[in-house]
Design a protein around this ligand. Structure first.
Ligand code: HEM
Length: 160
């Protein structure tokens, strides 16, 4: 018997449209905000532990790049969501988008906080970084679920 996932793929194709040589651009880009949000938390912990201003400056750069590369990754994800009918019609895709947008907003708030109030890194910035990590986990895990449980973004169909 054909799996229900393959039956759904047959009805509405979920293959990635925003891809280079068959590789979804969103999947390639999300590694950057994931790594940089994690790096921001690392910088805050090192700054807390050692008090070296180097880690304070590194945190400003890490959070800034986490935000802007998160915007870039989200643009690729949003294009995919809006352009591909099989992706657009699944509730799971929209839940993932909400988690992703929340994560990017937290990354932006973290960067803005450091630019506007450099003295607020401890403890507020650290707490925002921890919240960012929680959403990296939620958005990242759920993104994987889209691919592995729902077959979204895979270049296959029931006919393959
Ligand atoms: C507006 C925001 C976002 C939208 C609309 C979105 C949409 C999507 C879509 C449609 C997929 C399926 C694979 C593909 O077609 O590329 C996906 C996968 C994924 N997304 Fe997002 N996404 C967003 C933001 C994010 C962010 C900020 C992260 C960072 C944690 C993220 C992490 C992932 C991961 C890890 C995958 C699985 C990729 C793989 O391993 O193949 N997404 N997303």
């Amino acid at each position: 018997m054909t799996s229900p996932i393959i039956q759904e793929l047959d009805q509405h194709d979920t293959s990635s449209l925003v891809a280079v040589a068959g590789h979804p651009i969103h999947a390639m880009l999300v590694t950057f905000p994931i790594a940089l949000v994690t790096a921001t938390l690392g910088c805050d912990l090192f700054y807390w532990w050692w008090g070296d201003p180097f880690w304070h400056r590194a945190g400003v750069w890490a959070s800034g790049f986490a935000f802007w590369l998160g915007i870039l990754a989200s643009m690729a994800g949003t294009a995919e969501l809006l352009l591909v009918k099989g992706i657009r019609k699944r509730a799971a895709s929209w839940i993932h988008a909400i988690a992703g947008v929340t994560l990017v907003s937290i990354a932006g708030a973290n960067w803005g906080l450091r630019l506007a109030h450099p003295d607020a890194v401890l403890p507020l910035g650290l707490l925002v970084s921890v919240l960012g990590m929680v959403f990296v986990g939620l958005a990242g895990w759920h993104g994987g679920k889209l691919v592995f449980d729902h077959g979204i973004g895979l270049m296959v169909s029931g006919r393959d």
